[in-house]
Ligand binder design. Structure first.
Ligand SMILES: O=C(O)c1ccccc1NCC(=O)[C@H](O)[C@H](O)COP(=O)(O)O
Length: 388
């Protein structure tokens, strides 16, 4: 019998004809397959689905249920590469393993990464293809269905803010290492750190799951989820495919991070729908004005994270939050979007400054996790103890 999450996922992408570029997608796809000399799907027709805003090619009736990300569909449809679609939206982070037609597998570019984030994304493509080979989407979807019900990330932030007289709520990050700073904490026990954060007033926790660059893991996410910690959990990873969202849910995540510097608009729209179908929240992260402009045009975004880490230098500057909110605060307030200031917050002055700019929450890793007692460090960061 079909799982209800799978059914919900199907329901969220009604079976209508995909036409962002106005032509009938199934016939174009079939033509593309023929032109390319690729064999059609072994069983069942390639059926196309469209979400109200995002789109997905969903191959039904085959044993290995496959979802394709929206920009891959556009790639097939338009003949343009994902990288040129992304570049047209001002996205500077390129993909390396560029998926083409299904039977072709992935094409690998020989270029070298331009920066740390691009390197992370390229490594993520390799990691993901290995994970998917071990666990096809249908199994991940079924496993997501067995996870404990998601907790309300936004409600937890709101409640903490009210409890603390309007101070920004804290999303405290369980972070062992960073690609820029290296190892942040030697004696790293994710459950101990998570409990200490919660006890000292964190509203939500961010659990890094990237292994290669942050020494995080999905085991960390799962153990914290099963440890009795009640704070909602953000799976902090580099999402490039909906598979990762289902996987994060299956390991107990209540929210995921979607990075505008990495994901084209259609992928963000589609991923937001997948999150909604799973009862999860998406923290949509921007670094600059161009990304913020894009995200403000997308319906259904409830939380925006402004990352203070420059994508050029990877240096942090908390003034980035203030600068973006000065220019776009009005529209953000009008749309009732919650804003989180992320990265590079070290002192009560930093927190007060982003609070004055209008943020509802702060996401902090390094300045807490590097202290001997990361829980006690919260009072140091805010200049007072937070109510739990
Ligand atoms: O933390 C890094 O060095 C890093 C490098 C490249 C891409 C992303 C990176 N960090 C991810 C994050 O967003 C931070 O872990 C998070 O905002 C907390 O930042 P901080 O308080 O400065 O540890």
């Amino acid at each position: 019998m079909e799982s209800s999450i799978l059914a919900a996922a199907r329901a969220s992408v009604p079976a209508t004809v995909f036409s962002p570029l106005s032509t009938s997608f199934p016939s174009r796809t079939a033509a593309a397959h023929r032109a390319d000399g690729a064999r059609p799907a072994a069983r069942g027709a390639v059926r196309c689905s469209a979400a109200a805003q995002g789109s997905v090619l969903h191959r039904l009736g085959s044993a290995d249920e496959t979802f394709f990300n929206s920009s891959e569909v556009i790639q097939w449809e338009s003949g343009k590469s994902i990288n040129s679609i992304a570049a047209a939206q001002g996205i500077r982070i390129r993909r390396r393993c560029r998926p083409r037609y299904p039977s072709e597998g992935v094409g690998v570019d020989r270029a070298i990464p331009r920066n740390v984030l691009e390197q992370i994304v390229w490594d993520k493509e390799v990691e993901l293809s290995q994970r998917k080979a071990k666990m096809p989407l249908q199994r991940v979807v079924e496993s997501a269905e067995r996870a404990p019900p998601p907790r309300d990330f936004v409600a937890a932030l709101d409640a903490a803010r009210r409890r603390n007289g309007g101070l920004p709520a804290l999303i405290a990050e369980v972070k062992k290492a960073s690609p820029i700073k290296g190892l942040l904490r030697e004696d790293f026990n994710p459950v101990e750190i998570a409990r200490a954060y919660e006890k000292n007033g964190a509203a939500c926790l961010s659990i890094l799951t990237d292994e290669k660059h942050f020494l995080g893991s999905f085991e960390n996410l799962e153990t914290v989820c099963n440890s009795g910690v009640k704070c909602p959990l953000l799976c902090k990873d580099f999402v490039i495919d909906v598979w990762q969202i289902y996987y994060a849910r299956s390991k107990g995540a209540d929210a995921v991070l979607l990075i505008a510097a990495v994901l084209p608009d259609l992928d963000i729209k589609y991923m937001l729908r997948v999150c909604r179908s799973l009862g999860m929240m998406a923290l949509v992260e921007v670094h600059d004005e161009r990304e913020l402009d894009r995200i403000l045009k997308i319906d259904g975004v409830q939380i925006i994270g402004i990352n203070n880490r420059s994508l050029g230098t990877f240096e942090v500057d908390a003034a980035n939050t203030n600068m973006l909110l000065e220019k776009h605060g009005d529209i953000i307030r009008k749309k009732r979007i919650m804003v989180v200031s992320e990265s590079g917050l070290f002192t009560p002055h930093d927190v007060a400054s982003v609070q004055n700019a209008g943020v509802s929450a702060v996401l902090v890793g390094e300045s807490l996790v590097t202290q001997e007692d990361p829980g006690r460090a919260i009072a140091g960061l805010f200049g007072k103890e937070l109510l739990h």
